[in-house]
Design a protein around this ligand. Structure first.
Ligand SMILES: Cc1cc2nc3c(=O)[nH]c(=O)nc-3n(C[C@H](O)[C@H](O)[C@H](O)COP(=O)(O)OP(=O)(O)OC[C@H]3O[C@@H](n4cnc5c(N)ncnc54)[C@H](O)[C@@H]3O)c2cc1C
Length: 588
């Protein structure tokens, strides 16, 4: 659509809306609307991937201000710190890049504004190592998903993180859907995806016993896997630190100073850092970071995704990852295409490139069943709340696949905020205008899968860039890819347990009965290479509070272990951030 026509259409949404092209050939939208959904509508209407480098949505929502939570304290612990590479964001992408960079003799620092690594998208997701079937041929999503998927098995072995290649299946409701899946499989093979098979219902049931009766068969994708996304993030970062990198938690980047198209200073709540290169892996805030660096060519629009966690006793309801074929053509699209069979099939296949990849039912590496996610555009990028309506809707939708789903078996739920650009693809490249920033932005699903491959490319580009500026980048000869996880008591044989308890009686003191976690395992988290001191961090690392009772019994005990270890009062132990106190004083 030409600019004149576009501006006319935008004015119908709100007279204040305007589209202009900037010097980087990005389409910039400005103006004000009353409802955020109208801002998203205007942006989607304006999108022209072929014509413009990117879409920047600067439309304001009347009466609302976009904000980013930063830690409530400041100090000067990082003031004037000079580093070769500063990685912003401690999700799986930032942590993977840090690890790849630790293969070189570089001074690298990762800063994370949250109380822990993986505190945003990277701990609020399904943990599926996707096959990439639904991503379009020339997308970064497809490229990094397929490569990342291939890397997972070896990486998880090296880093001692759970990984299972159980496969993934999509069921067809009709023979037409089965035919479409056949077309999808054949394009999938051309995309470089292996182990794709169209199977009958009975054949599928040999792999996934919970295939619904209505299924006319489906697509089996053998390269699909499952991992624990937050443990993978911790492991990546810990291995990087073991190899010489640094991590600073509770550290938010608030602004930058530039000179001659280069970032020269990065301001944080803990002082000013002086980096040679900056990596933008800030997830949902990656457009704000790009803006600070004067390198914004994209906008992020937050999209929620809620997943429901079911008790392990019903874990059998999904043996792998499965769901119904996500056909989402609107009735008007269907009506306009029914007389054109080829156009209809093409549109249906294209429609499978759904923007938010969601599986349906997932068997997690810990034995729970995860059900979800949904997708809803939201303005507030820090609001992870979950509503009853969303839970009810997800259960209603997924009951079609597994009719035995029962709300009484729900033990927890979470909502993550996906970080898509309007182009719905990853932005993985060197800065356009600012040369010493490297963007790993707009990483929504399949970001868990893609992170290791993105990191490989990033590290090479950064090394080459630094070399081009005269920095002598040497290989880190002592890089050790192996990271050993601390003992997980319930996975040990009786003999090994007894030996461990004899050496250290703390492993004999079970604190979380649901998940069988000992005091010794919690102390290991408190003393790890990236020490963490919050209840949430210990929960994510060794699982106290992840079971059926959700911490009702063990949370006070975990708090006491933290207080004793740090020699602080129980009232000073926090759940997540410094403000999230759990105790306010003695009652007796
Ligand atoms: C519901 C849901 C389900 C998903 N399921 C899957 C799946 O099954 N498989 C899959 O492959 N992918 C999945 N994804 C996608 C995947 O979770 C993300 O793509 C991935 O976690 C992105 O990682 P990241 O490191 O880019 O971002 P994040 O994990 O969001 O990390 C970015 C970090 O940057 C920090 N940060 C931001 N601003 C600043 C600042 N100014 N200073 C310092 N730090 C800052 C944030 O606090 C955050 O920790 C899912 C996502 C959602 C929401």
């Amino acid at each position: 659509m030409n600019l004149l026509k576009l501006n006319k259409q935008l004015s119908l949404i709100d007279p204040s809306l305007k589209a202009e092209v900037n010097i980087d050939n990005c389409l910039v939208l400005t103006g004000e609307v009353d409802d955020y959904k109208l801002s998203v509508k205007a942006a989607k209407l304006s999108l022209d991937k072929k014509k413009y480098l990117g879409l920047i949505n600067d439309i304001k929502v009347r009466g609302k201000e976009l904000y980013m939570k930063i830690p409530s304290f400041s100090d000067i612990s990082l003031d004037n710190k000079e580093v070769d590479v500063l990685v912003i964001g401690g999700g799986i992408v930032g942590a993977s890049i840090l690890r790849e960079l630790s293969k070189y003799k570089l001074n690298t620092l990762l800063v994370e504004k949250g109380h822990d690594l993986a505190c945003a998208q990277s701990s609020r997701n399904g943990g599926v190592v996707h096959v990439g079937i639904n991503f379009s041929t020339h997308s970064n999503k497809l490229k990094y998903c397929v490569r990342g998927n291939n890397m997972y098995e070896g990486l998880c072995k090296d880093l001692d993180v759970p990984f299972e290649r159980k496969g993934q299946s999509t069921f067809a409701r009709t023979y037409f859907e089965k035919f479409i899946l056949r077309c999808v499989a054949s394009t999938g093979k051309k995309k470089g995806i292996g182990l794709l098979k169209i199977l009958s219902r009975d054949e599928l049931r040999k792999i996934e016993p919970s295939v619904p009766d209505w299924a006319k068969g489906g697509l089996w994708m053998g390269t699909g896997g499952i991992t624990c996304p937050h443990r993978m993030t911790f492991a990546m970062a810990e291995n990087a630190v073991e190899n010489g990198a640094y991590v600073s938690l509770n550290t938010a980047v608030t602004s930058m100073e530039l000179k001659d198209n280069k970032i020269i200073k990065v301001l944080t709540n803990r002082g000013t850092i002086i980096p040679k290169v900056v990596v933008n892996a800030a997830g949902i805030f990656s457009d704000m970071i790009a803006n600070m660096a004067d390198d914004r060519t994209f906008s992020i629009h937050a999209r929620t995704g809620t997943d429901i966690i079911f008790d392990k006793k019903v874990g059998w309801m999904a043996a792998s990852s499965m769901g119904k074929t996500p056909f989402t053509l609107s009735p008007s699209q269907i009506a306009s295409l029914t007389h054109k069979p080829f156009a209809f099939i093409k549109a249906t296949i294209n429609n499978l490139h759904s923007h938010s990849k969601g599986v349906g039912l997932i068997h997690s590496v810990d034995g729970n069943m995860l059900v979800g996610p949904n997708a809803d555009e939201v303005y507030d990028r820090e609001n992870h709340s979950t509503t009853k309506e969303v839970i009810d809707k997800i259960i209603e939708v997924q009951k079609e696949v597994q009719p035995l789903i029962n709300k009484n078996d729900v033990i927890a739920y979470f909502t993550g905020l996906r970080a898509p650009t309007y182009e719905e693809d990853f932005v993985v490249r060197q800065g356009i205008r600012t040369k010493n920033i490297f963007e790993a932005a707009g990483i929504q699903s399949p970001g868990i899968t893609a992170a290791p491959a993105i990191a490989e490319d990033m590290a090479i580009w950064i090394k080459d860039y630094l070399a081009s500026t005269g920095v002598d980048v040497k290989i880190n000869e002592s890089f050790n890819p192996i990271r050993k996880s601390t003992p997980v008591l319930k996975e040990l044989s009786d003999e090994d347990r007894n030996k461990l308890i004899k050496e250290n009686p703390n492993y004999g003191e079970i604190v979380c009965r649901c998940e069988e976690v000992s005091k010794g395992e919690m102390l290991d988290c408190l003393h790890s290479v990236i020490p963490v001191h919050t209840i949430d961090s210990i929960k994510k690392r060794c699982r106290p509070g992840m079971g059926r009772c959700q911490g009702s019994f063990c949370m006070p005990l975990v708090a006491k272990i933290i207080a004793d270890d740090l020699h602080i009062n129980l009232e000073d132990v926090v759940y997540k951030t410094q403000d999230s106190k759990i105790a306010f004083g003695k009652t007796k």
